[in-house]
Write a protein that binds this ligand. Structure first.
Ligand code: PGA
Length: 250
């Protein structure tokens, strides 16, 4: 049985005050221990604040991105070593907004995945198709290509220390979620692809769903056998709603 994980992706939202109050409210929501694994991924400047506020609570902290490089003349980049030094445990790699707005290729995402693992961080590898690709029945081709780029460079063993997030682009921030059945179908495809390389690792790896998850729809999606929690954007910015999603994963 895989323990579920709910990770909040704040995107470019928040402030120091927001970070302090959200973390305090979340910690207070689970006085008797968390119903599932919980992580928050604030913007870089708020990571130290988040790590400090989360200390002593069950909440872990992750970054929304990571440099593929370890050190050097890479202005504006933040390395895995720096994130680990701050106390981060996760790094999101290949979010669709990074792929589409910043031109990140499958190859760069695979290098970022490797960089996270070199520094002891658990990469949360995002994959997912656009609406156009879904309508052209190319979902499996696209998700398979995104996953294979990482498998080819990191190898199947790397997935024993990684999380995958299936995020259909058409469901991100749109209020339109994949149905539980649509999510399950792609999650089963992802797990099947890994199973052909190593059944034990494919049974163990967490595959999260992301795209307009809310407290009201989380339980139905999380009830699917291959859905191991969620990567939550908008609804992670409000503590009661986010706590409700975590409870739905319990
Ligand atoms: P959303 O974002 O929950 O606001 O749709 C999810 C994500 O982009 O990770």
């Amino acid at each position: 049985m895989r323990q579920k994980l709910v990770a909040g992706n704040w995107k470019m939202h928040g402030s120091r005050t927001f970070t302090r109050s959200l973390l305090a409210e979340l910690a207070a929501a689970f006085p008797d221990g968390a119903p599932c694994d919980i992580a928050v991924c604030p913007p870089y400047p708020y990571l130290p604040e988040a790590v400090g506020c989360a200390a002593g609570s069950p909440i872990l902290v992750g970054a929304q991105d990571i440099s593929a490089e370890d050190e050097g003349a890479f202005t504006g980049e933040v390395s895995g070593g720096m994130l680990a030094d701050l106390g981060c445990r996760f790094a999101i790699v290949g979010h669709s907004e990074r792929r589409s707005l910043h031109g990140e290729s499958d190859e760069l995402v695979a290098r970022k995945f490797g960089a996270a693992q070199r520094h002891g961080l658990v990469p949360i590898l995002c994959v997912g198709e656009s609406l156009e690709e879904r309508e052209a029945e190319r979902t499996e081709a696209v998700v398979g290509r995104q996953l294979k780029a990482v498998l080819d460079s990191a190898g199947i063993e790397a997935f024993s220390h990684a999380v995958i997030a299936y995020e259909p682009i058409w469901a991100i921030g749109t209020g339109r979620t994949a149905s539980p059945e649509q999510a399950q179908a792609v999650h089963a495809f992802i797990r099947g692809l890994l199973r052909s390389e190593n059944a034990t690792i494919s049974d163990f790896v967490k595959v999260l769903y992301g795209g307009s998850v809310k407290a009201a729809n989380a339980a139905d999606i999380f009830a699917m056998p291959d859905v191991d929690g969620g990567l939550v954007g908008g609804a992670s910015l409000e503590s009661a709603g986010f706590a409700g999603i975590c409870r739905a994963a319990g």
